[in-house]
Design a protein around this ligand. Structure first.
Ligand code: PXP
Length: 239
């Protein structure tokens, strides 16, 4: 079964809506762990719209599971990652005006730039994952520049319907298999919810799912503990 890393950015989004102290994403992370989550994911964005530097510092000191730091591949972010030593860094593209991470990283078009970032992080015992579209060209580039993992972008799969959805699922399955053959670990995420997640969780070679919005949205109604447990139960389901 794939493991679950809960993305707690949206807890910070609610806090930042009022520039207040609550809700605290660090407290949320502890509740996620107690409910059985295997890891915590946060995205420290350049504009600090949700997660703050203080959150990262306290998350690292507080959580007992794996910390996955999503960040843009910039020198400033690499310095921050080295300071806090998360278990894994997931490199993502970042645009200021986007509502959420829109597309995968163009690893194939940024090999030289990414290579140095990957090496620096790995030299400090931080695993490196690249958030990429399920596209063979991107996987080949990720393997060439020696990323440890790729995170397959499931946003397209989540957004389409009917025959397109079946095709998108097949593409993710094929790319998970290909990534494994290239020696890459495979994670997946974006747009996963309480309906579509079981299909992704059942795919061979996918190790971990990064899920944020659907869990935090449900948590507002039923509580975070229940929302995480519901997702873990769905991931165990074998359809
Ligand atoms: N993976 C990556 C790389 C992301 O940027 C995000 C969104 O922050 C997620 C997973 C989680 O996506 P969602 O909030 O749609 O579950």
């Amino acid at each position: 079964m794939a493991t679950l890393s809960v993305n707690i950015d949206h807890v910070a989004t609610v806090r930042e809506a009022r520039k207040a102290q609550n809700p605290d994403p660090v407290a949320a992370a502890v509740l996620c762990e107690l409910a059985g989550a295997h890891g915590i994911t946060c995205h420290l964005r350049e504009d600090r719209r949700h997660i703050q530097d203080r959150d990262l510092l306290l998350l690292k000191k507080t959580i007992h599971s794996r910390l996955n730091l999503e960040m843009a591949p910039t020198d400033a972010m690499v310095r921050i990652a080295l300071e806090h030593s998360p278990t894994i860094v997931t490199l993502v593209p970042e645009k200021r005006m986007e509502l959420t991470t829109e597309g995968g990283l163009n690893a194939a078009g940024m090999e030289n730039e990414l290579k140095g970032v990957i090496q620096t992080l790995q030299n400090h015992n931080i695993l490196v994952s690249l958030f990429v579209d399920p596209d063979l060209k991107q996987l080949k580039a990720a393997a060439k520049i020696k990323a440890d993992y790729i995170e397959l972008h499931t946003g397209h799969y989540a957004n389409v319907t009917g025959a397109e959805k079946a095709a998108a699922l097949d593409q993710i399955k094929n790319m998970a298999l290909a990534a494994n053959k290239f020696g890459l670990g495979v994670n997946a995420g974006h747009g996963l919810d309480y309906v579509n997640t079981p299909y992704i969780a059942a795919i061979d070679f996918i190790e971990e799912l990064n899920i944020g919005h659907s869990i935090i949205a449900r948590a507002v109604l039923v509580g975070l503990d229940q929302a995480v447990r519901d997702m873990l139960a769905l991931m165990k389901r074998q359809d």
